[in-house]
Write a protein that binds this ligand. Structure first.
Ligand code: GDP
Ligand code: IMO
Ligand code: MG
Length: 421
């Protein structure tokens, strides 16, 4: 049986904390897509850790952690992250596995990401510059190198040939940074990776499933950044939605049980692209400050706005969400009034659907306004003690989405999660 935890907005919904919280209930935690563009924050012994490549179950000794084939893996980031994990006394060799079909991010992928963004000028995606797009392009373009290739004696020759291809592209884009400076640590990190358990991920996970083991699939990014269903072209290059679990791990859909969608009580986005409920005003600044909304990977300020129920209902539909987790509810503690977007108004017409194009015509969010609860909720432990205004806010979301908020996160800490049912 597989349960999935994934983001329903534009990423940074608090997936890392939620995966870490649920991890003890599972035998295996598996990442199925994305790469070091992800930044998943958790607190271990009250110390903050941000994971980019390693699944968020790594701090639980009993759980196996798998980096699935759908991930793109940067060896340099991976090695650094292993060192961080080790500083918490975790023996990463023991319970961390890498699927052999996982594609490797090369230094030239990072350079290409940068060169491509520069060439786009004002139209840039606002990518994390981690090489995600170019690495997935080499996967679908059938050029990429995979972790399993490390065991091939011709690896270096394949690497050199791909690097040369990349260099031609970089020259075409007039990109002049010297990539060879990044190669030394890249090759060191590849050596480091060889000692890991590199497995046929699809057989590995299916064997565990047939033994009755429970798997938690950890999504990265968010549904509105999905390459097919997100706000294209302002998206990432993988399928972030629940369908990505099957291709990203090599499992059949009937294994999937719960799809747990994570949403903030409001909404953020980092990078370019449409964001109908964005507040480019003092209220947006207040949200950013109260929620410490600065990117966990790039440190960039996150754009902030009200919760967008039109986009959320779309995300619930595409993912088949069975349960909702609402995070960062405490961030709204001091607000007198709260709003939610229930419709989009485009060229005078109201709609409850996410349109194909979100930038050609301005989208005006139709807002419903609610009373704020004006109370510190960070120490509340049970659902009954939540303020009435907050119950009203949440029950409106439940009825609009036709999926219930089952958990409310009221702080970044491990123990700050209230179960509703
Ligand atoms: P992820 O990418 O979805 O794992 O989310 P990030 O780690 O990028 O961003 C979420 C941020 O919010 C992190 O700094 C978390 O520590 C923090 N966080 C998570 N849940 C809560 C919550 O309920 N309340 C508050 N105040 N912060 C939270
Ligand atoms: P987590 O897992 C928020 C955004 C980037 C950019 C776009 C494309 O922490 O939620 P990419 O580097 O993937 O080519 O960038 O997607 N983005 C994220 N935004 N959280 C993330 O991950 C993100 N990963 C990518 O800012 O707009
Ligand atoms: Mg993040």
């Amino acid at each position: 049986m597989i349960d999935v935890i994934l983001g329903l907005q534009w990423g940074d919904e608090g997936k890392g904390k939620i995966v870490d919280y649920f991890a003890p209930r599972y035998d295996m935690i598996a990442r199925f897509q994305g790469g070091p563009n992800a930044g998943h924050t958790l607190y271990v012994n009250d110390k903050k850790v941000v994971l980019h490549q390693i699944p968020s179950g790594i701090f639980h000794e009993q759980s196996i952690n798998l980096i699935g084939n759908g991930v793109v893996l940067d060896p340099v980031t991976f090695k650094k992250e292993c060192e961080t994990v080790k500083s918490f006394g975790i023996d990463y060799y023991r319970n961390l596995y890498i699927a052999q079909r996982t594609h490797i991010i090369l230094p030239t992928h990072r350079a290409l990401d940068k060169a491509s963004e520069i060439s786009k000028g004002n139209e840039k995606i606002g990518s994390t510059l981690k090489g995600i797009g170019p690495a997935y392009m080499d996967k679908t373009g059938r050029n990429g190198l995979r972790v399993g290739d490390l065991l091939d004696k011709n690896f270096k020759a394949h690497y050199t040939s791909l690097r040369q291809k990349h260099q031609k592209l970089l020259d075409g884009l007039h990109f002049e940074e010297d990539v060879s400076a990044m190669e030394e640590e890249f090759f060191e990190a590849l050596e480091f990776m060889r000692d890991f358990k590199i497995v046929a991920g699809e057989y590995f996970i299916n064997e565990k499933l047939s033994q009755g083991k429970k798997v938690l699939a950890e999504g990265a990014q968010g549904s509105m950044l999905d390459v097919d269903f997100g706000t294209f072209p302002f998206v990432t290059s993988s399928n972030t939605i629940s369908a990505g679990v099957c291709t990203g791990l090599g499992v059949a859909p009937q294994h999937i049980r719960e799809v747990i969608g994570v949403t903030k009580a409001y909404c953020t986005r980092v990078g370019g692209g449409p964001f109908p409920t964005e507040l480019e005003n003092e209220t947006g600044d207040r949200l950013r400050k109260a929620g410490s909304e600065f990117g966990a990977t790039t440190g960039r300020p996150r754009r902030c706005g009200w919760i967008d129920l039109v986009a959320l209902r779309y995300a619930c539909m595409i993912n088949g969400v069975t349960k909702l987790v609402m995070t960062k509810a405490d961030v709204l503690d001091d607000f007198e009034k709260l709003s939610m977007c229930t419709k989009y108004r485009i060229a005078g017409l109201e709609s409850e659907e996410v349109p194909f194009q979100m930038l050609q015509q301005p989208i005006e969010p139709v807002l419903s306004t609610f009373e704020g609860w004006k109370k510190d909720i960070t120490t509340i432990k049970d659902i009954h003690s939540l303020p009435e205004e907050m119950k009203t806010y949440i029950s409106f979301i439940d009825s609009y989405l036709k999926v219930n908020v089952s958990y409310i996160s009221n702080g970044p800490g491990r123990d700050q999660l209230i179960e509703k049912q």
